[in-house]
Design a protein around this ligand. Structure first.
Ligand SMILES: *Cc1c(COP(=O)(O)O)cnc(C)c1O
Length: 436
């Protein structure tokens, strides 16, 4: 059985079901697995010829052995993770793991779709409606909206920063209707995240509305993301005894999933924390001081996070040891100008079109390669489809990225959102006013 403790203190150890349904621990902390199950060397070496879905099932069996029946796990994977996950070779020793082929074209589809079905499975037999709160800087909200749309017994309230998500992202958040409610907050992403955290600290509101979260503070978002690290590694075939992953990071959920995979025994040399100028984690790695700041706006806006919530989980997985974290994680931060140049360069040299987040991943891997001499296969996690960021792609390359059909359709729909001041009292009132 998986067991979870809270980063905040000596509270009770809980089951996977409680961790998924609570989202955040009662004491406000984040759930961290007490022990991470190991992938046996035999299992790892047997995965080489399997599809992503088959690998997800095998890794899922190891992780959720006694928590989810095999049949249920198989169904969840089939419904949630049905899309392709190609590993593309960019150059000698450099690969791209494309995580953007899901319905909302970002890697967040993995966690959000898996979580929706897991939550629904663990809530079976109760008839109270749960309210999922989610703060988004863009892609989380759309993945959650799509992943939870029409899932019975669950209502989703999405908070997003007004004017700070792209037009496409906004449409993806605000056009579902039904059990998906969009709130346009007059503030930053950090403000949205603060409103969600304050709601969880309000015990009455929390129990009355059965509040839970689908942000990467929910541990069930992270666990399935470990599947594609294993897939990325096995996709390299026999070429590799070890691998480096470059992870474009904001709230550090994706990177935490990579560290979990490493703790499960995946032979990962290093994880690269590739950020834009919101670089509190790379700074921490350098100096040992963790200093959250206000987020700055960049062209890789899904990573504009000034106080990454998963930092505490990373610390726990490193036994609160700065040196240990430096051995596992390498930090690298990049400006918008560098990002745009990287998009242009990758297109000119390799004919490959990165989105701005993936381009930060490329820059992180290049930086690592310059400073660490050993050549190793490096895998860049490409976290979003380039067509979600047409302006910067056009500026960098002169090309208009092809718009996949699911995006073209959403752009024709009408936005439905409620404007909300950046004020907790008003948010509280709003939540109380929702029908049961
Ligand atoms: C959310 C997001 C990120 C950052 O992921 P974290 O898990 O928050 O670090 C990177 N790229 C894209 C496209 C995203 O949507």
């Amino acid at each position: 059985m998986l067991k979870f403790y809270s980063t905040t203190g000596p509270g009770p150890v809980v089951s996977l079901s409680d961790a998924v349904l609570n989202g955040l621990a009662e004491d406000g902390g984040l759930y961290v697995p007490v022990q991470v199950p190991s992938l046996s060397a035999d299992l790892l070496s047997s995965l080489g010829t399997l599809s992503f879905q088959e690998i997800a099932y095998e890794v899922g069996r190891t992780l959720f052995d006694e928590d989810i029946p095999s049949m249920v796990l198989a169904t969840i994977i089939k419904e949630a993770l049905y899309f392709p996950v190609p590993l593309v070779r960019l150059a000698e020793c450099t690969y791209i793991l494309e995580l953007f082929h899901g319905p909302t074209l970002s890697f967040k589809d993995f966690g959000a779709r898996f979580l929706a079905r897991l939550m629904s499975y663990f809530s079976r037999g109760t008839d109270c409606e749960r309210t999922v709160l989610v703060a988004t800087s863009g892609d989380t909200g759309s993945a959650v909206a799509s992943g939870f749309f029409n899932v019975p017994g669950i209502r989703v309230v999405i908070l997003y920063p007004s004017g700070q998500v792209s037009q496409v992202q906004e449409k993806q958040l605000t056009t579902y209707g039904g059990n998906i409610i969009a709130l346009e907050v007059q503030g930053s992403f950090d403000d949205c995240q603060r409103l969600v955290k304050l709601s969880f600290a309000d015990a009455e509101l929390r129990s009355q509305r059965l509040l839970t979260t689908a942000n990467s503070i929910n541990v069930a978002r992270l666990l399935p993301q470990s599947f594609y690290y294993v897939h990325g590694y096995t996709g390299l075939g026999t070429k590799s005894a070890e691998v480096v992953f470059s992870v474009p990071s904001g709230n550090f959920g994706n990177l935490t999933a990579g560290l979990l995979a490493k703790r499960m025994g995946l032979p990962v040399t290093r994880l690269i924390a590739a950020t834009n100028v919101n670089d509190v984690v790379p700074r921490y790695l350098k100096t040992g001081n963790f200093q959250p700041r206000l987020s700055q706006r960049t062209c890789s806006n899904a990573m504009d996070v000034g106080n990454p919530s998963n930092f505490l989980r990373l610390l726990e997985l490193c036994q609160l040891d700065h040196q240990r974290m430096r051995e596992d994680i390498w930090g690298s931060s990049h400006s918008d100008l560098q990002t745009e140049q990287a998009i242009r360069r990758a297109h000119e040299q390799h004919g490959y079109l990165f989105d701005p987040h993936g381009a930060v991943g490329l820059l992180g891997l290049e930086d690592y390669g310059r400073k660490q001499s050993l050549p190793r296969p490096g895998v860049i996690l490409a976290t979003a489809h380039p067509s979600k960021f047409p302006e910067i792609i056009e500026r960098a390359t002169g090309l208009t990225p092809h718009l996949p059909s699911q995006l073209a359709e959403v752009l024709r729909k009408e936005k439905k959102a409620t404007l909300l001041p950046n004020d907790f009292r008003q948010f509280q009132d709003y939540l109380h006013s929702l029908k049961n």
